[in-house]
Design a protein around this ligand. Sequence first.
Ligand code: NI
Length: 194
Amino acid sequence: MWLYDPMLHRHIPPMAVRDIAQIGDPVLERVALPVADPTAPEIRALVADMAGSMEAAGGIGIAAPQIGVSLRVVLFFLPADRDEAGQGVALTVLVNPMIEALDDDMSVEFEGCLSVPDARGEVPRAQRIRYRGATPDGEIIERIAEGWHARVVQHECDHLDGILYPERMDEDDEMLDMAEWRARNATAPEPEQA
Ligand code: NI
């Protein structure tokens, strides 16, 4: 049953925590389908399940294929301590997202994925992007992002094209299991999974 939220003036679907697909699952290798109507109630319910599953797994981002639904929907947020601007980014839903790099600058950082367990890998990503997507409220979000904000959006959009971060790594980029990562980074916060 959907609950009515008097503050938001809308019905909120119940959140379910779903299993997160792991590397090797064919749903992670598929190109996801565009969503015909971003405002459809099914999309709102899907987003609620994605949020619940992401939260339960401790991630900062998730794409619909990671809970077994091959549609072009992502959500993410950025904690303030992960944001070079120090502000963080509020939970953002993008339906049918598009991204473009603003220049040729790349950065390499260790990142993690909820679908690639017990590992962190160095991944080159565009440093500055513009992204755009619809929301389940029927609005269009268009933003310029850089650094970790740009990184998490690129990571999520890759999931929609069947790409996991190890495929983005160059030959000299390192992949570490968590024991190795912690041994080398005694005090640094672990890169979040998305
Ligand atoms: Ni991921």
